[in-house]
Ligand binder design. Structure first.
Ligand SMILES: [Zn+2]
Length: 153
């Protein structure tokens, strides 16, 4: 029997025994990270029953959910500034799969922003903005107690 060489490194995801390919992940986990921004995206979504396969763990999923809420859920605290002003989400983006295809990964600290605040959420009107900049831009001068996270919603 040939001797097994031990110089091959193994994927760092717990329970995965495949050969590491990039970023210490195997091909499968690397491609999940590349697609969803999370190497264990699909593995973790197996038990949540979500029909949107894996995308619940996409880095931009919460952004999509909050955007839809602002525009279409009158119960949302900030609905008045969005749906209440007839700000809509482009129909193509009602499907989260199209949204993440167009917008790509959300990097940490970034939020979706519209170039023209009177226009809808659409691929040509939206971009990722560092939340910190958005925060400085929108923060009322007298308010010192808002957290960055609140503005990111
Ligand atoms: Zn792996």
């Amino acid at each position: 029997m040939p001797k097994i060489k031990r110089m091959i490194s193994i994927c760092i995801i717990v329970g995965c025994t495949k050969k590491a390919h990039a970023r210490s992940w195997c091909n499968m986990h690397y491609s999940r990270w590349h697609t969803y921004g999370n190497p264990t995206a699909i593995v973790r979504s197996r038990d949540d029953g979500n029909p949107i396969h894996g995308l619940r763990h996409h880095s931009a999923y919460e952004t999509w959910k909050n955007m839809m809420g602002r525009c279409y859920s009158p119960a949302r605290h900030n609905f008045a500034q969005y749906g209440g002003r007839r700000i809509r989400v482009e129909p193509r983006w009602h499907d989260v799969r199209n949204f993440v295809t167009d917008m790509g990964l959300r990097r940490a600290g970034y939020s979706i922003e519209r170039r023209d605040n009177n226009r809808d959420y659409s691929p040509d009107n939206c971009y990722w903005l560092l939340t910190k900049l958005q925060y400085l831009n929108k923060r009322p001068r007298n308010s010192r107690n808002f957290s960055v996270n609140k503005w990111a919603l």
